[in-house]
Design a protein around this ligand. Structure first.
Ligand code: NAD
Length: 250
C-alpha cells in the first residue's frame, strides 16, 4: 500500500476532492483525519472509511482559525501518534469582476483560500519535524497559474498566493525533510462547480476551453495528490502538478 503507516490530515475533507482523497488515502493504508466546517458530511465520510475497514477521524476545523488548527494537529498526534501528510484542500469559489468585488468578499476568500493554507502549514510543520519529515500538498488551481476572465480577481489572487507559498515552504523546510508541492486542478465535478455545470452557457464555455472537453471526477485529482503525499515523490518538492485536461497547456 502506498501510504502504509502514514498519518494524513486533509482540510475540507467532508466532500468533493477532499473526501475522494480521504477515501483513497485510507485504501492505501493511511490513518486519515478529516478536518472541515461541515460536521454532518465529515462524519459521513469518517463512517464510510471506518466501515470499509480503514481508519478515519473527523474533527471540526475552520481553516481560518489558528486555535482550530492547533487543536486538530494536537488531536491528530494524540490519536494516531504523529503527522506525516497535510493536504491543504479546503477552499471556496466565487466569480465577479474586480470593480464589483466587495472588500468583505475579498477578505473572506483570502482568509479561507490563502490564510488557511498558511495557518495549516505553520501548525503542521513542528509535528512533521517531530515525525522526522513529511509531505504538504497544497490545492491551488489552474487559476493560480494563468489568468481567466471568467474567474475572479479574488479567487485568482488567493490561488496564486498558494502557488508561491508552496515554493517558500519547500525551500525553508527542505532541511527538515518536509516536502511541499502544489496541485492545480482544472474543472472538476464537485459540489463547488455544481452551479456552473448546471448553467448551460457557463458549462458550454468551460467545456469548449478544456482540451479534453470534460470535467474530471474528484478521484482523478486524488491520484495525483496521493503520489505527492507518498514516498514515491521523495525527491519532489516546490513543484506544481496541473491536473487539468490540458487547460494550462494552451
Ligand atoms: P467543495 O466545495 O466540494 O469542497 C470544499 C470543502 O472545503 C467543503 O467540504 C467545505 O466545507 C470545506 N471548507 C470551506 N471553507 C472551509 C473552512 N473555512 N474551514 C474548513 N473547511 C472549509 O470543493 P472542491 O471542488 O472539492 O474544492 C477543493 C479545493 O480544490 C478547493 O481549494 C478549490 O478551490 C480547489 N479547486 C477546485 C476546482 C473545481 O473545479 N472543483 C478546480 C480547481 C481548484
Amino acid at each position: 500500500m502506498r501510504l502504509e503507516g502514514k498519518v494524513a490530515l486533509i482540510s475540507g475533507g467532508a466532500r468533493g476532492m477532499g473526501a475522494a482523497e480521504a477515501r483513497l488515502f485510507a485504501q492505501e493504508g493511511a490513518k486519515v483525519v478529516i478536518g472541515d466546517v461541515r460536521e454532518d458530511e465529515g462524519r459521513q465520510v469518517e463512517a464510510q472509511i471506518n466501515e470499509a475497514g480503514g481508519e478515519a477521524l473527523f474533527l471540526k476545523l475552520d481553516v481560518t482559525s489558528e486555535a482550530d488548527w492547533e487543536s486538530v494537529v494536537a488531536s491528530t498526534v494524540s490519536r494516531f501518534g504523529k503527522l506525516d501528510v497535510l493536504v491543504n484542500n479546503a477552499g471556496i469559489g466565487g466569480g465577479g469582476r474586480l470593480e464589483h468585488t466587495a472588500l468583505e468578499d475579498w477578505d473572506r476568500m483570502m482568509d479561507i483560500n490563502a490564510k488557511g493554507v498558511f495557518l495549516g502549514t505553520k501548525t503542521a510543520i513542528p509535528a512533521m519535524r517531530e515525525a522526522g519529515g513529511g509531505s504538504i500538498v497544497n490545492i491551488s488551481s489552474i487559476w493560480g497559474m494563468v489568468g481567466a476572465e471568467m474567474s475572479s480577481p479574488m479567487y485568482q489572487a488567493s490561488k496564486g498566493a498558494v502557488r508561491l507559498l508552496t515554493k517558500t515552504t519547500a525551500l525553508q523546510h527542505a532541511d527538515d525533510g518536509i516536502r511541499c508541492n502544489s496541485v492545480h486542478p482544472g474543472p472538476i465535478a464537485t459540489p463547488l462547480t455544481e452551479a456552473s455545470r448546471n448553467d448551460p452557457e457557463r458549462n458550454r464555455v468551460m467545456l469548449e476551453r478544456t482540451p479534453m472537453g470534460r470535467y474530471a471526477e474528484p478521484i482523478e485529482v486524488a491520484y495525483g495528490v496521493l503520489y505527492l503525499a507518498s514516498d514515491e515523490a521523495s525527491y519532489v518538492t516546490g513543484s506544481e502538478l496541473a491536473i487539468d485536461g490540458g487547460w494550462t497547456a494552451q
